[in-house]
Design a protein around this ligand. Structure first.
Ligand code: CUA
Length: 175
């Protein structure tokens, strides 16, 4: 779609250049001022309509149907259900593969928790709220193998600090 808009833009720019050259070539010689003014106005009127039509075409051509696709996924994401509760995480799955896109469906059984995902070097890479009565979705594609940690990011009681679990990310299977 972007290619189409680009090609169209180039083509129309070319057209405008051709019109300018035509105007320059035709402006030589002795024409009365009024005549050349008339000519210039008609060219300007033509350009106006070209711009209007080109604008409409480009607008239409670059419109994409709703919802707009996000970053395209090669495959459907793997769904992992996550339930937070004082003071642990319950994951429907804790083993994934490198390069795999996981969609976490995160909720809570009691109070608000914070689902924080940390990569093997301890950097926070994704997070979402775990809320009772809601299921929040979080997509993440694991870029490196290793042990990722899930830690609670919202104070939820005395053992909040120990609300930790892990996800093992295995290297891509060689085939
Ligand atoms: Cu759960 Cu803090």
């Amino acid at each position: 779609m972007n290619d189409l808009a680009w090609n169209l833009t180039i083509a129309l720019m070319g057209l405008v250049v051709i019109i300018f050259i035509w105007v320059i070539l035709n402006s030589s010689g002795q024409t009365i001022y009024e005549e050349s003014a008339k000519k210039a106005y008609s060219v300007r009127g033509g350009l106006f309509w070209i711009a209007i039509i080109a604008g409409a075409i480009i607008t239409y051509a670059t419109l994409t149907p709703w919802p707009h696709p996000g970053v395209p996924d090669a495959t459907a994401p793997r769904i992992v259900d996550v339930i937070g509760q004082q003071w642990s995480w319950q994951l429907s799955e804790d083993k994934v593969k490198v390069g795999e896109t996981v969609e976490f469906h995160v909720t809570s059984k009691d109070v608000n928790h914070g689902f924080g995902l940390y990569d093997p070097s301890g950097h926070l890479v994704a997070q979402v709220q775990a809320m009772p009565g809601y299921t929040n979705r979080l997509r993440y594609t694991f870029p490196v193998p290793g042990e990722y940690k899930v830690m609670c990011m919202e104070y939820c009681g005395v053992v909040h600090h120990n609300m930790i679990t892990s996800i093992k990310v295995s290297p891509r299977a060689t085939s």
